[in-house]
Design a protein around this ligand. Structure first.
Ligand code: 3HC
Ligand code: NAI
Length: 687
């Protein structure tokens, strides 16, 4: 008997219940529990069928990822699943919540499956850099066919129970809230009908049409080349599914195993598994007592309906929360609301929202030109121009109007939150909520705690972030907080390299090859040279290009020229401007190979990350990684700059930084923390 398993028999049907919070991951204890339950059921003459069901909020959410990389403690998952599939008694998986990864694979080893309508089923291993390694790549195609299997396993997209029923992944629907009883009744019915002990592995009809057709997989690879770039798992998934169609089952399983082990031991999967836990870690704030209150937030005010204010507003409308939107002029207000409406209407056209849902969301906006309209809001988020003078004025006005206890938040990117808070009589209620653009899409939310921000205000912001689907990363006050501060160092080096004679296209190429969707100059051209970067009187390549009317893709080209299809070619004008500015600054041309370019661009980001950590701006290194992966699309399969730095070796990074420091000066001086960790052979986790 085990702690996580409950066994009972009802009218000839054994019910094996597993309850291992929070998500019934298939840990050693759970595998043991399942084994114990089934052994009892198989041994008893009065048991004719077995229902496998879970307690708590979900069916098995997959293998226990935290066990990966540790020595296996039996029973191993594959033997447990084999036992169920080949067991002598009819077995039914009864599914609620999520049946994911190994959880769905387990269900596919049962002879029948029943689920409540709200259940979700999927094979999300791809997100962890893995493939479904417990027979999923061989069994799912035998139910849904090759094209659907390719789609489901390379996207990791879960499907709802109704869709699962229609494609044959489950055999019956239970009534919501009545899973146990309906599963037992279903078992009884199957017994009465003399149902066979069907094994998915024995089916061939759905894979036979795709046998020996390599072109299907090549087409699929071509179609998805962009999305799969840099990831290892999609390719191995495709190969495993091809094996399911082409090989006898046992050989297919063997192929799946080889491809799984290759992924499990890859650096990409290690990074993606790290990212999974890192994302969940960010919400944990040391020093906040467990009983810290969460303040009620049921209405929100947003000041400024520009690029950010509009996106921020949408986050709240999406969860049904009313938003009072305040602007400086009717024109700006109308424009902002128009953009929100257009965004929703685009979603409706794509079938993601109904027209009714669009109208419902729009109706939650109360537009106003009067700050007094914000008097009732529990939370007010300021998103006006990035100017200290304007922000101070806004907060001083807000202080007079907002109700006692309201949270006053700023979306500032770089400004000193404490200075803003000091203009109010309640700095303890002031916090930074730094969204990333587009604010309705990007999942990162930097929650900036000021010197005086109250624990309850921090706690509330962290919880609220989750409610609106964001991943909150807590930051302290400094210029640029975490993501912008760290990434700015890359921008500085990119500009410096260009002045030293490295072509923008070479820099972009190296950054793209590393895994970013585009390089810094392509990005600048896309966003607009007049938008990127802060005001400065210094003569730069960018300011000179702007002077010549080169604002990027939108006007005149930028670092590149563009043809009518927006295809870039290096710009002779930009080359001339670069030469001119470099000559004026007396910078002699140098050459740099790709490795040197990469180190110049990315080691400073790691170094800045170390400073952010040692100054206590970020709680932990993994928070910095999450901020950059989610705020700047830093490639997930590297694990973010700090994780990646450890794979490069901190000692190697420090040595290179010192070399660069000797050539280029203090910008490359290694952070004390980095030197210390490198010298003692430790990692950021020990910091
Ligand atoms: N292993 C270990 N821990 C897991 C886990 C897993 N598979 N899935 C979730 N957890 C942990 C989380 O780390 C978190 O721990 P914490 O509370 O200490 O931070 C806790 O469970 C709750 O998770 P969430 O905060 O994510 O809870 P949600 O309710 O938001 O989401 C979920 C639940 C949808 C199940 C989500 O946790 C999830 O997507 N989990 C991963 C599912 C997955 O990828 N499964 C495949 C695993 S690999 C596999 O099965 C290989 C096989 O093919 C051989
Ligand atoms: P924006 O220029 O698009 O919008 C600002 C809006 O504020 C304008 O519509 C303006 O009319 C309004 N406004 C100005 N003063 C006002 C006042 N006193 N009362 C009411 N409304 C007023 O600017 P954007 O890009 O939305 O930026 C807003 C803030 O968000 C800035 O602090 C910026 O640094 C920050 N931010 C911007 C990001 C971006 O990518 N654009 C990313 C993250 C933060």
């Amino acid at each position: 008997m085990s702690d996580v398993m409950h066994f009972e028999v009802e009218n000839g049907i054994a019910i094996v219940t597993i309850d291992s919070p929070p998500v019934n991951a298939l840990s050693q204890a759970v595998r043991q529990g399942i084994t114990d339950g089934f052994q009892q059921a198989w041994a008893r003459d009065d048991v004719q069928a077995i229902v496998l069901i879970c307690g708590g909020r979900t069916f098995f959410a997959g293998a226990d990822i935290s066990e990966f990389g540790k020595p296996l403690q039996g029973p191993d998952l594959l033997s447990v699943l084999d036992g169920i599939e080949n067991g002598s008694k009819l077995t039914i998986a009864a599914i609620h919540g999520n049946a994911l990864g190994g959880g769905l694979e387990l269900a596919l080893h049962c002879h029948y499956r029943i689920a409540v309508p709200s259940a979700k089923l999927g094979l999300p291993e791809v997100h962890l850099g893995l493939l479904p390694g417990a027979g999923g790549t061989q069994r799912l195609p035998r139910i849904v066919g090759v094209p659907a299997a390719l789609d489901l396993m390379t996207s990791g997209r879960p499907i709802g129970a109704r869709e699962a029923l229609s494609v044959g992944v489950i055999d019956a629907l239970a009534e919501e809230g009545k899973l146990r009883d309906d599963a037992v009744a279903y078992a009884r019915r199957l017994l009465d009908e003399g149902a066979t002990l069907t094994r998915v592995r024995d089916r061939d009809d759905k894979v036979a049409p795709y046998r020996n057709k390599p072109e299907i997989y090549d087409d699929f690879r071509r179609q998805h080349a962009r999305g799969f770039r840099g990831f290892k798992a999609p390719e191995n998934i495709i190969k495993a599914i091809q094996a399911a169609a082409d090989l006898p089952f046992d050989q297919g399983i063997q192929r799946e195993r080889e491809l799984f082990v290759e992924l499990r031991d890859s650096k990409e999967s290690a990074a993606q598994r790290y990212a999974f836990f890192a994302e969940r870690e960010t919400a944990k704030v040391p020093g906040l007592p467990k009983d810290t209150p969460v303040l009620p937030v049921t209405s929100v005010g947003v000041i400024g309906a520009g690029t950010m204010g509009g996106g921020i507003t949408m986050n709240f409308l999406n969860i049904g929360m009313p938003v009072t939107l305040v602007e400086a002029s009717q024109e700006a207000l109308d424009r902002g609301i128009g953009v929100i409406r257009r965004n929703y209407e685009t979603s409706a056209r794509k079938g993601k929202l109904t027209n009714e849902q669009v109208e419902k969301r729009m109706a939650l906006i109360t537009p106003s030109l009067d700050y007094a309209a914000l008097a009732g809001a529990d939370l007010v988020i300021e998103a006006v121009f990035e100017s200290m003078a304007i922000k101070k004025e806004v907060f001083a006005r807000l202080d007079k109007i907002a109700k006692p206890g309201a949270i006053l938040a700023s979306n500032t990117s770089f400004l000193d939150l404490d200075e803003i808070a000091a203009t109010t009589s309640r700095p303890e209620n002031v916090i930074g909520l730094h969204f990333f653009s587009p604010a309705n899409v990007m999942r990162l939310l930097e929650v900036v705690r000021g010197q005086k921000t109250a624990p309850a205000v921090i706690n509330t912001a962290m919880q609220l972030a989750k409610k609106i689907g964001k991943v909150p990363v807590l930051a302290g006050v400094c210029d640029g907080f975490i993501a912008n501060r760290a990434m700015r160092t890359r921008g500085v080096q990119a500009d410096a390299l260009v002045l030293e004679g490295v072509a923008p296209a070479d820099i972009d190429r190296v950054i793209y090859a590393y895994g970013f969707a585009m390089g810094p100059f392509q990005m600048t051209d896309l966003v607009g040279l007049d938008v990127i970067g802060r005001d400065s009187t210094e003569k730069t390549v960018r300011s000179e290009l702007v002077k010549r009317g080169r604002l990027g893709q939108k006007q005149g080209g930028g670092y590149y020229d563009y043809d009518e299809n927006r295809r870039p070619t290096p710009s002779p004008v930009a080359t001339e401007v670069i030469r001119e500015v470099a000559a004026e600054k007396g910078i002699a041309p140098r050459t740099a190979d790709d490795a040197e370019i990469l180190a110049r661009l990315l080691y400073p980001v790691v170094n800045e990350g170390a400073k952010i950590l040692e100054e206590g701006i970020a709680i932990r290194a993994s928070d910095i990684d999450v901020a950059l992966m989610m705020g700047y699309n830093w490639p997930v399969y590297t694990g973010g700059p700090m994780f990646w730095a450890e794979t490069v070796g901190l000692a190697n990074i420090v040595a290179k930084l010192k070399e660069l420091e000797s050539r280029y000066g203090a910008a490359f001086k290694p952070a004390a923390l980095l030197e210390q960790l490198a010298a003692s052979g430790k990692g950021f986790r020990d910091a």
